[in-house]
Design a protein around this ligand. Structure first.
Ligand SMILES: [Zn+2]
Length: 104
């Protein structure tokens, strides 16, 4: 994963309110898949994987910038076109602002 991709992942993670430890784990490829968060788009680090789900969700809710509600995550899927478009646009915007910051 290159620096730009890492930066975008960090911003996206912050936007969604994910804990820093999990964002770091994601950037290092050390996140733990499966478990309660399957299908949510959120992949916890090994520590948060073992934490009570309510604690992790509470953290995400408090730190979240996205106005998107935490719905029944199990019902979500990546077949949701609007969500995919949003994520694509978000990544593009983040990449552009990263380029701007870099050239300053
Ligand atoms: Zn974590």
């Amino acid at each position: 994963m290159d620096d730009k991709t890492k930066y975008v992942w960090k911003m996206l993670g912050k936007w969604y309110g994910y804990p820093d430890c999990c964002i770091d784990a994601l950037c290092k490829g050390e996140q733990k898949r499966g478990g309660c968060f399957t299908g949510t788009g959120f992949v916890p680090c090994t520590e948060c994987y073992d934490k009570p789900v309510e604690d992790v969700v509470a953290h995400i809710k408090v730190n979240r910038w996205s106005s998107e509600e935490l719905l029944d995550w199990s019902a979500r899927s990546y077949n949701n076109k609007e969500e995919l478009v949003f994520i694509k646009n978000f990544w593009r915007c983040m990449g552009e602002s990263y380029d701007r910051n870099k050239s300053d």
